[in-house]
Design a protein around this ligand. Structure first.
Ligand code: ADP
Ligand code: ADP
Length: 228
């Protein structure tokens, strides 16, 4: 579902990505773990087309992302959802308004938007919060909105950039359980980055350990002896 081949990205003398290759199969929950500065966020931003590598390619669900620009990149990104550590919600839009953003960009008619927003909020357990503003929500609820927004356009892949790092352990567990359920029920493929080995142990089927821009170990979780 995601094929990352020989990515190289430098910032001045820093090699943020130093020949990174990995493959995420359809239906997997794949974790990339490493300490701060390892290159995780550069990697996931490249998968979403937010960052252009110096060389190498990324293919998501049959589309080569690297090298796309303009409308073609925007269309491809509607097939890729992304969630963030600090949720990145628009504070002046309601929960429903945040979730409907990508649907508006796609030009979906108003009635269809409303139906889809209601459906997706129900899926993440926020049906009763549609009219609330982000400031009225807990951290866990905000991340559920982030997940609903990411999934509104029914992408085949969800990217998670430290999505539980700002949450307490109990809320983290409930968000990870939600991701695991969406993986099971929707067949959603998930690629997540985290600095917490515990997150990987809780939900990932496969994982890679990243250090100084390189993947130093990778495989099915049960076959890995991860020692970060
Ligand atoms: P991680 O997400 O694992 O903390 P990053 O991908 O953010 O790692 O960073 C990898 C390396 O690239 C670090 O040394 C970081 O300082 C550097 N880096 C990342 N983004 C930039 C940038 N925009 N400009 C300069 N250096 C950067
Ligand atoms: P905002 O004021 O933040 O832009 P709106 O109330 O205008 O938010 O709603 C934005 C989008 O969310 C619209 O597409 C609307 O159809 C949808 N929406 C609004 N309220 C609900 C609701 N209770 N359930 C489902 N969808 C809703």
């Amino acid at each position: 579902m995601i094929t990352i081949s020989h990515l190289i990205k430098s910032y001045g003398d820093t090699r943020a990505l130093d020949d990174v290759s990995l493959t995420v199969e359809r239906g997997e929950i794949y974790g990339v773990v490493g300490t701060s500065g390892a290159g995780k966020s550069t990697l996931i931003r490249t998968v979403n087309g937010l960052e252009t590598p110096d060389s190498g390619t990324v293919e998501v669900d049959g589309t080569v992302i690297t090298g796309l620009t303009g409308g073609a990149l925007r269309a491809a990104r509607h097939r890729i959802g992304m969630i963030f550590q600090h949720f990145n919600l628009l504070s002046r839009r309601t929960v429903a308004g945040n979730v409907s953003l990508a649907l508006e960009a796609q030009g979906l008619p108003r009635a269809a938007r409303k139906a889809r927003v209601a459906e997706i909020l129900d899926l993440v357990g926020l049906a009763d919060r549609a009219g609330h503003y982000p400031a009225q929500l807990s951290g866990g609820q905000k991340q559920r909105v982030g997940i609903a927004r990411a999934l509104a356009t029914n992408p085949s892949v969800l990217l998670s950039d430290e999505a539980t790092s700002a949450l307490d352990p109990e809320t983290t567990a409930s968000i990870l359980q939600l991701l695991a359920r969406l993986n099971r029920e929707l067949g959603l493929t998930i690629l997540l980055i985290t600095h917490e080995m515990d997150v990987v142990k809780q939900i990932c089927t496969s994982a890679a350990l990243m250090q100084r821009g390189r993947i130093v170990e990778a495989g099915r979780l049960r076959e890995l002896l991860l020692t970060p």
